[in-house]
Design a protein around this ligand. Structure first.
Ligand code: APR
Length: 306
């Protein structure tokens, strides 16, 4: 399968590297900045002999090189700066995304699109509208990253391996995320049965702030190691038809009582993209949190009249 990554910055280049090393397909890296995608792809080619790996990767500025891709990952755009919210990125990134999506529609009409550019829920919706692709072929990578952050912090608190934690996060990616303690399992037990409310609240708060914490440490740019791992996880589920259940930002048409927005919920991913939307049983409080998160996305969509 041909997998194109648009945007060869931190997240795009690392995603390309991870997908190449996992041998998910032939990778094409594209960036508007002269020489960047080509330089990084040459560097990744040179790695093959050391890794004893035989992957295929090309890079250039020409968007036409994404022609007939099976999967296109969009990381093009600006990264968040310290103090900047994801929403502030909206104006700039939406114009980049529109341009990119028109090219995807023309050049790779059968592709499954994985959106990474922030603000994620709005960019995913924009990608759906601009490409006109069916809803199963537009997937935003966001809450699976939030879930990985939640699992990491839980595992540190409990001095366990992160793989002992099965986290569940839904809602908007970023400040509107909803880490679900009741549905999150630690060695099969609900987190709510393992930690008291005060400890859980502190973990939830730290998870929600994690992206901003990383941005403020870095000084410029935002996280890329975990985001690129989350991208590769989504593309692997598609390329290998894993039918894997993961949190992802998808278009809802009444599921959870929500319609006509893209928001993070658990989905089953396979060769057709979103194969199913999983309906979690939510308490009244959890439902209200999800509706509030959906309302905040809806308000932004109205404000920017997508
Ligand atoms: N076409 C192709 N590439 C583009 C375009 C475009 N129209 N516009 C910008 N780019 C490229 C930039 O040249 C840059 O190399 O997108 C790249 C973005 O890379 P970084 O600035 O390193 O940002 P990164 O950390 O990779 O984040 C990208 O993912 O997680 C989100 O919030 C993050 O929206 C941001 C995106």
């Amino acid at each position: 399968m041909k997998i194109s990554v648009i945007g060869a910055g931190n997240v795009g280049a690392l995603s390309a590297m991870r997908m190449a090393e996992l041998k998910l397909g032939d990778i094409v890296l594209v960036d508007i900045a002269k020489g960047v995608a080509q330089g990084k792809s040459l560097d990744l080619e040179d790695t093959r002999s050391i890794l004893k790996a035989d992957y295929d990767i090309k890079g250039c500025e020409d968007i036409n090189s994404i022609e007939d891709s099976g999967v296109v990952v969009i990381t093009a755009g600006l990264a968040r700066k310290p103090g900047m919210t994801r929403e502030e990125l909206l104006t700039k990134n939406s114009s980049i995304l529109k341009d990119v999506c028109l090219n995807i529609r023309k050049l790779a009409p059968e592709a499954i699109v994985v959106v990474v550019t922030n603000p994620l829920d709005l960019m995913t919706y924009l990608a759906l509208k601009v490409t006109g692709f069916s809803k199963n072929r537009i997937i935003g990578m966001g809450v699976s990253l939030d879930a990985s952050r939640f699992a990491n912090l839980i595992s540190q608190e409990l001095k366990l391996n992160p793989t002992d934690v099965t986290p569940v996060v839904i809602g908007a990616h970023g400040q509107g995320m909803i880490p679900l303690a009741r549905h999150t399992r630690v060695k099969g037990e609900s987190l709510e049965k393992i930690l008291n409310k005060e400890k859980i609240d502190s973990l939830l708060k730290r998870t929600i702030e994690r992206g901003a914490e990383i941005v403020s440490c870095l000084g410029s740019g935002s996280a890329f190691f975990a985001p690129s791992a989350a991208v590769a996880e989504v593309v692997k589920a598609i390329a290998k038809d894993e039918k894997k259940v993961l949190g992802a930002c998808v278009y809802l048409t009444g599921e959870y009582g929500i319609k006509d927005i893209c928001i993070g919920v658990p989905v089953c991913l396979g060769k057709n993209g979103v194969e199913d939307i999983i309906k979690l049983e939510l308490s009244d409080g959890e439902k209200k949190e999800l509706m509030d998160s959906a309302d905040s996305i809806q308000n932004l969509l109205r404000q920017f009249s997508f």
